[in-house]
Design a protein. Sequence first.
Length: 633
Amino acid sequence: MSNVVSKIDEEIHRLSESLIQQQEQDGSWRCCFENGTTIDAYVIILFRTLNIENEALILQLHDRILAEQQADGGWKLFQDEEEGNLSASIEAYYALLYSGYSQATDGPIQRAKRFIQSKGGLGKVSSILTRSLLAATGQMKWPASISSIPLELLLFPSSFPINFFEFSGYSRVHLTPMLIMADRNFSIQTAQTPELSELNKQTHTNDIEVDELHSRGFQEMQNNIQTGLNRLIGTPHNIHKAALKKAEQFMLQRIESDGTLYSYASSTILMIFALLALRYDQQHPLITHAVQGITAMQFRTNGKTTVQNSPSTIWDTALLTYAMQEAGFPADHRVIRRAAAYLLSKQQNKLADWSIHNANIEPGGWGFSETNTINPDVDDTTAALRAIHGLTWSKPTYLESWNRGLNWVISMQNNDGGWPAFEKNTNKEMLTWLAIDGAKSAAIDPSEADLTGRTLEYLGSFAGLDIRHEFIKRGTNWLIHHQEKDGSWYGRWGICYIYGTWAALTGLKATGIASNHETVQKAVKWLLSIQNHDGGWGESCRSDRHKLYIPLGESTPSQTAWALDALISVHSQPTPAINKGIEKLMILLQEDKWTTTYPTGAGLPGNFYIHYHSYRYIWPLLTLGHYRRKYGD
């Protein structure tokens, strides 16, 4: 035992020293939110369309995209993605050609072309973002799944069975510019726009979409929309004009100080094209400011440049501050104090879309990105509250901030007992019938096991609340009733069943569920059954798409740390499986291979995954700290 603890102390010291060196002057940590090549490709296409002469950035993004090409000519979202990813490959091919730094006759472009054609070409693209970008730049017709949704939907009152604010916030800020462009049948091309028609096999129509458009669920949703349209008062022309203005104002009212829409690069790019569809000049201040905001999202690491979809500064800073304290840093350490002061300054104080379904609650949440001031979420808020908790006893400003945040988190509990990410009670199943790939995950914001578990862990460990409180009991019941048959839980924002099971187990334990409870024991048994022979854990991103646990075949640092932290929360003494896992975790932290950078963050199943550069510090440091605290001298 003493030998294990000694090694842990050495590793904690090494990780901590590295983090101290990386902390910024303002107290934050700025780690890369790396999300494949999609946003890099979109930025090149946008910049060339607008004739923006930022050659240094365009060349850097071109080189990064080219470097990610696989031997078969395609691109992948993650290492073990079967047969590559058609949407990512088309985006990359398009951007490389549009950049001007690759030519149609180049070997890599020819290989990419053959790969895309072998997978069915443009007509088989499933990503609605990809299809919208292609339509906006004249490469295909507007998808029927978008053009069939009338702009008048934005005028439906909350009393209607379906209305715009029943969609998730993430969905709304992407759907609005898409609807504007589809309504205008907008497209824009330049003299340099590549011709992609040769990527088509036969037709622009997506065969999958045709099936979805004729599904019973989609037709039922369309019927509800038609019922809503029939109830609107006014001439069709005036109603449509009002809807178009409403959509425009919806975007403009949600532009952050850096010029971005909701602090997402993806929605901001769509917004720029939508503004062009509304006949804004390309040099309009709103467009130039938005371009500046996107440009500022670039991150250079390991000799490569990428554009982050939504920089994770608040998330990373909050979790690193918390993990360092769990690993032994006192709350009054200068590193912790600086980080806490930074976080305190980023607590939100505006009523925004979250208050539509959660009225009469004082703002108190935190967002994901530094520029995010109107889109707080439960996970970032509990992370920030964990980070500042140690200072609440000595500084009244922190106590006031902590109380506001605590009240906000509690108020965000859904009626079913679980917690959402961004908005309360936005879980109308009808919206998942949209003929949009990933709609089930993007269109609504329901209770999730990872969010519910992490919220309960915070409320139990830091607020001292347990199952004797009715709302905590409802949360634990939600988790118990949503456990999978094999003992796991699905996690929405991480990969995936390991992530969800870790969050659920630590949440249940923190709020008073006994270790011998059937639910806990079932989860422990599942975690032990998927432990790798080397002692670690690893899960494939394919789990997210198939909604079924799929092993990676290798161990990753963050997933190994999650599984171990869950087991540590249950066992009063270290088991052989825990010790074997701890040994493997410390080995993984010395390695630098593909498993080190494997994406373990989830955005949109099948379309968007994240390699958080901070995760190789946060979760191992937290787990090692918890082992040291519980089992050390």
